[in-house]
Design a protein. Structure first.
Length: 262
């Protein structure tokens, strides 16, 4: 086979070199384009992250502002309204000591009763407003304290138990308030309708599921008895918190189970 002339061979070599250079240039362009695209995507992700960070910061500042306002209202209520109720109660007690008319004394007794109820209601509101109480342990402590104060004026004996409770588990103010209102309704119903001798509060936690069971040894709810406003309100409150409310009929008395995710 004859060798190619030098000019043709040189032309062939130059063409191969040019082709390799062109391919290398194309590959380089593709690499640079991909790097530019990657850099652009990273910049977009960084901007999005900064935007989300700013939104989160604004939300945190908003929550902090709300908590500060709650604390201010709580202090104002304690200092102003609380002092006013205490002064009213003292004045009524002073007048009762001086009153000789039985009707007047009965009126003053009603006034003292009303002032005491207002004082208890104010304490509940202060507890609800205080963001420092937004934990499971705080809720359980206050629930037991409330039930004890309510039932000590009755013949119903209170029992309580807590199972696997992580006290510092955070809960929202709204959930804490609705759970407490359900507890109040259930205890009030037991007092008015059950004719029970004892009532038991059971609190349990399984990871992120919290359960509150209120059991009494009274007459129980008769079969076919229509639901009252109290039970409907409890179910509605729990549904609003994505929770559950069940009436359990096991043995004598009534058991009401509240369950929710925390």
């Amino acid at each position: 086979m004859k060798q190619l002339p030098d000019t043709i061979r040189l032309t062939y070599i130059i063409a191969v070199i040019l082709l390799i250079t062109f391919v290398f240039f194309i590959v380089l362009i593709v690499i640079l384009y991909n790097k530019k695209q990657l850099f652009f995507i990273q910049q977009q992700q960084l901007k999005e992250a900064e935007h989300q960070n700013q939104l989160l910061q604004k939300e945190l500042e908003k929550q902090k502002s709300i908590e500060q306002e709650r604390e201010r209202i709580s202090h104002d209520m304690h200092d102003d309204l609380g002092a006013g109720i205490s002064a009213l109660k003292l004045q009524a007690e002073f007048l009762k000591q001086k009153a000789e008319n039985d009707d007047l004394q009965n009126d003053l007794d009603e006034l003292l009763k009303t002032s005491e109820e207002m004082n208890l209601s104010m304490r509940e509101m202060l507890w609800s407003l205080n963001s420092g109480n937004d934990t499971l342990g705080s809720f359980i402590d206050y629930a037991i304290q409330y039930a004890d104060n309510f039932l000590k004026r009755t013949k119903i004996k209170l029992w309580s138990e807590s199972i696997d409770i992580v006290s510092d588990t955070p809960i929202s103010t709204e959930l804490r308030r609705n759970m407490f209102l359900c507890l109040k309704e259930a205890i009030n119903n037991a007092y008015k309708h059950s004719h029970a001798q004892s009532l038991k509060l059971s609190f349990s936690q399984a990871k992120n599921v919290f359960s509150m069971r209120i059991s009494d040894d009274g007459h129980g709810i008769p079969d076919g008895h229509p639901e009252g406003n109290g039970l409907r309100n409890m179910k509605r409150r729990m549904q609003e918190q994505n929770g559950e409310c069940h009436i359990i009929k096991e043995g004598p008395g009534t058991q009401i189970l509240f369950k929710t995710t925390i």
